[in-house]
Structures are given as structure tokens and as C-alpha cells.
Design a binder for this molecule. Structure first.
Ligand code: NDP
Length: 293
């Protein structure tokens, strides 16, 4: 029997339905949530991500401002844009699409964003709250999306063992903190490229999350029977059987489905959840800003 599907598309549409009601509420106060997205350079994957964020804004009635800057722009010019958006009271969320060109300091740019408008949740103030076990800040979108998908699917988490493969600032580390926080109550192991005998570490997990960036790294033999497996990976792999010559692959081999009780698909799993959480953070920021007026 195959694993049940952790259906990110369906979960994201139920979140969008709720957001539509909240956006309608805000409209009675004359407030339209407004997300500003800055993209620097011409990385094709980044443009695809930004376009799908902007399309979701449109669908929900969230205003979006799309600022495209050439890759040779100086860091000071980018700083000016961020400061302007911080000061613009009509803007509720600011996102700088990663990666930035090499001559720019991505973390320094994130630090400049007003933490109340930091809808990606990467500002040290927001990540710091997560370290303190406080879930009242902006929670990074992919980790939050993973948690919400598990909760929506009715997966029991309290007291279970989780293994998160990956310790990045945007996925693995904040997800591990979120999983271990009070109320979620997973017991978390963080694995990374220096972890010895990764297969053995993974085999202990009741909940296994792969956020690595290596296509189909996680094999069925690594997975405990009945474990819940979340695949965060988005990798483009060459595939001549596809018309376009490539396909998307996750970090988990699809045959894990034979062993796991739940598995998130790629695409259609964590990806749509990340965008839904970005929209939720933007709406939340608009609500907080309008209640403080
Ligand atoms: P990073 O490259 O920043 O981090 C990868 C992590 O994986 C690092 O902690 C690294 O360890 C670890 N790692 C690398 N190789 C191995 C290995 N052989 N064994 C164990 N651990 C290893 O990637 P991100 O966190 O940004 O992204 C991870 C994946 O998730 C990518 O495929 C990305 O495309 C996808 N992604 C998907 C999103 C979505 O919405 N679905 C959103 C964001 C990312 P170390 O720290 O030691 O280097």
C-alpha cells in the first residue's frame, strides 16, 4: 500500500479561502494588503518563483509591487529601495528574492527590512523570536508551511521523533526550532552534510523532513515503516522522456511511498504551502498595522 499524500495544493487552497475572508474584513477599513517584491538580476528560476507569488496576490486581491533591478546595480541602490518601502505606509510586506548577485550581502539586506514587514521571516528579530520559543513573530514561510501541512493532514506530532535533514537559515534550522517549540513538542535531530551514517539517523525518525537540494537522496531503506516524510526539495533534473528535457525532483526517492504512512509530492507538496504562508504573513502584517493606526 502506498503512503497517503500530504496534499499541499489542497491545504493551500483552504488557507487561501480563509485569507479571502480576512482580506474582505480589511477592505471594510479601507485597507488593501500590499506586498512588495524586489528581484535583482535575471536568474530564470527566481523569476518563475516571483511570478507565481505575484499571480497568487492577484488571485486573492492582495496588491503587489514588483521591482526588477539589473544584476549590475550597486548595493547602495538596493538599500535605497528597501528604505523607501520601509517608509511607505501602504506597504505591508517586503520580500527580496534570493539569490542576490554575488557582489551583494544578502544577510545585510535582510537586516535592513523593517521586521514588521519581513514577510519572509528571515530578519534576526523574527528568527530570534523563534529561538526564544515565541511563535508571535513572522515565521519563515517554508518551515511554517511544512508544519501547517502536517497539522491540516491530522498527523500527530507531540512527543514524536523528528529528523530534519538540512540546517539552512531559510528552511532546516527554523523548521527544527519550530518543531521543537512548546505546543508542537517534537524531539528534533538536525542532520547536515557532516552527519555520520545519515541513513541510520533517518531510520529513527517518526517524522522525516528532507531539505537538502540533492535529487532523491532519501531512500526507502532509510525510512522507518509508517514514518511521515516531508520532501522540501525542488531540483531540476535532466530527463529526455519529458518534452522539455527536464523534470522537477524532490530530495526523496518516490519509492519511499512504499514504506512511509504519509509523503508530500514534488511538485504539489511544500511549494504551494510556502506561497500560502507568504500570503498569510502579508495579510497578518496588514491586520497588525491597521490595528495600530
Ligand atoms: P541549502 O543549500 O541552503 O542547505 C542545504 C542543507 O543540506 C545544508 O544544511 C547542508 O549541510 C545539507 N546537506 C547538503 N548535502 C547533504 C548531504 N549529502 N547529507 C546531508 N545533508 C546535506 O538549501 P535550502 O535549505 O535553501 O534548500 C533545500 C532544498 O529545498 C532545495 O532543493 C531547495 O530548492 C528547496 N526549497 C524548497 C522550497 C519550497 O518552497 N518547497 C523553499 C526553499 C527551498 P551543511 O549545512 O553542512 O552544508
Amino acid at each position: 500500500m502506498g503512503a497517503q499524500r500530504l496534499d499541499g495544493k489542497q491545504c493551500a487552497s483552504s488557507i487561501e479561502a480563509n485569507l479571502l475572508l480576512r482580506i474582505e474584513q480589511l477592505s471594510h477599513q479601507g485597507v488593501v494588503p500590499h506586498l512588495a517584491v524586489i528581484i535583482v538580476g535575471d536568474d530564470p528560476a527566481s523569476h518563475v518563483y516571483v511570478n507565481s507569488k505575484i499571480a497568487t496576490c492577484k488571485r486573492l486581491g492582495i496588491q503587489s509591487t514588483h521591482i526588477e533591478l539589473p544584476s549590475n546595480i550597486g548595493q547602495n541602490d538596493l538599500i535605497k529601495h528597501v528604505i523607501q518601502l520601509n517608509e511607505d505606509e501602504s506597504v505591508h510586506g517586503i520580500l527580496i528574492q534570493s539569490p542576490l548577485p554575488q557582489h551583494m550581502d544578502e544577510e545585510a539586506m535582510t537586516d535592513l527590512i523593517d521586521p514588521t514587514k519581513d514577510v519572509d521571516g528571515f530578519h534576526p528579530t523574527n528568527l530570534g523570536r523563534l529561538v526564544q520559543g515565541r511563535l508571535d513573530g513572522m515565521i519563515p514561510c517554508t518551515p511554517h508551511g511544512v508544519l501547517r501541512l502536517l497539522e491540516w493532514s491530522g498527523v500527530q506530532l507531540r512527543g514524536k521523533k523528528a529528523v530534519v535533514i538540512g540546517r539552512s537559515r531559510i528552511v532546516g534550522m527554523p523548521l527544527s526550532l519550530l518543531f521543537a517549540s512548546r505546543g508542537i513538542d517534537l524531539t528534533v535531530t538536525v542532520a547536515h552534510s557532516r552527519t555520520e551514517d545519515l541513513a541510520k539517523v533517518c531510520a529513527e525518525a517518526d517524522v522525516l523532513v528532507a531539505a537538502v537540494g540533492i535529487p532523491e537522496l532519501v531512500q526507502p531503506q532509510w525510512v522507518k515503516s509508517g514514518a511521515v516524510v516531508v520532501d522540501v526539495g525542488i531540483n531540476r533534473v535532466e530527463d529526455s522522456t519529458h518534452e522539455r528535457g527536464w523534470r522537477l525532483a524532490g530530495d526523496v526517492n518516490p519509492s519511499v511511498s512504499e514504506v512511509a504512512s504519509w509523503l508530500s509530492p514534488v511538485p504539489g507538496g511544500v511549494g504551494p504551502m510556502t506561497i500560502a504562508m507568504l500570503m498569510e504573513n502579508t495579510v497578518r502584517s496588514a491586520e497588525l498595522m491597521s490595528s495600530n493606526e
